[in-house]
Design a binder for this molecule. Sequence first.
Ligand SMILES: NC(=O)c1ccc[n+]([C@@H]2O[C@H](COP(=O)([O-])OP(=O)(O)OC[C@H]3O[C@@H](n4cnc5c(N)ncnc54)[C@H](OP(=O)(O)O)[C@@H]3O)[C@@H](O)[C@H]2O)c1
Length: 210
Amino acid sequence: MKIAVVGATGATGRRVVQQALAQGHNVTAVARHPERLSSADRLSFVQGDVLSPGGLTGALDGVEAVISCIGPEKNLSPGTLMSVGVASILTECKRANVRRFIMQSGIGLSDGHELSCPNRFVVRVSGRIFTAAVTDKAVAERMTQKTDMEWVIVRPVVLADKSAKGRYTAGPLARVAPLVPLSFDDCADCLLRAATDEPNWIGKIVNVGS
Ligand SMILES: NC(=O)c1ccc[n+]([C@@H]2O[C@H](COP(=O)([O-])OP(=O)(O)OC[C@H]3O[C@@H](n4cnc5c(N)ncnc54)[C@H](OP(=O)(O)O)[C@@H]3O)[C@@H](O)[C@H]2O)c1
C-alpha cells in the first residue's frame, strides 16, 4: 500500500514509518523537518506544516491511507494544533481522494465508561488537568468522525520508549489501563493495523494499551 505518515519525525511517527517500510509498504513521510529522517527504499519525503495554509497541498497525491501522529509540544498549552492540523489533513485527504484516515488521539478523550472504576477516575482527573489539550483533540476527533473516508481514531494509553511486547490490548471500547505504559512500537503497530487491515475498526474509536 501507499501510506503517508504526518508527524513522521515524532516518537510514534518514526516507528510507524520504520514498521510500514519493514512490512513492504511505500511510505511518504510528511514533516516540518523531513531532513531529520534517514532515507530508505520506498520512502519519500514531503516538507509540510499542518498549521500553514496550503502547507500540505499535493503531499497526499496517490496515497491510500494517511496516519496522523501529530501532537503539540506542550500538553498544558497545546494551542490548536490538533483541531487546525487535522482539519488541514482532512482537506488534503479529500482533495487527493485518500481512502482511509487514522488519527492518533489519546485515552484521555474517553469519558471513562468503558474503563474500570479507578481508571475512570484517572481519565476524569487528567481531563481536568489537560482541559485545553482534551478540548482541542475532541474537535479533531469530531471532524474525523464526520468524514466520508474510512476512519479509525486510535486512543493510546501513556506511551514509553521501551521494547515492544508484541502483545497488547486493542479494539473498540477496549478496557485498557491509562497509566500502564505501552511501547511506542506497539502503538505504531496498532496504527498500522488500523491503516492496512482491521475492517471491524473502521468508523470506530479504538483504545490501545494493556
Ligand atoms: N506520548 C504519549 O505518551 C502519548 C500518549 C497518548 C497519546 N499521545 C498522542 O499521540 C500523538 C503522538 O504522540 P508522540 O508522543 O509520538 O508525539 P511527538 O513525539 O511529540 O511528535 C509529534 C509530532 O507532531 C509534529 N508536529 C507538531 N506540530 C506540527 C505542525 N505544525 N506541522 C506538522 N507536524 C507537526 C512534530 O513535528 P516536529 O518533529 O517538527 O516537532 C512531531 O513529528 C499526539 O497527539 C499525542 O498527544 C501521546
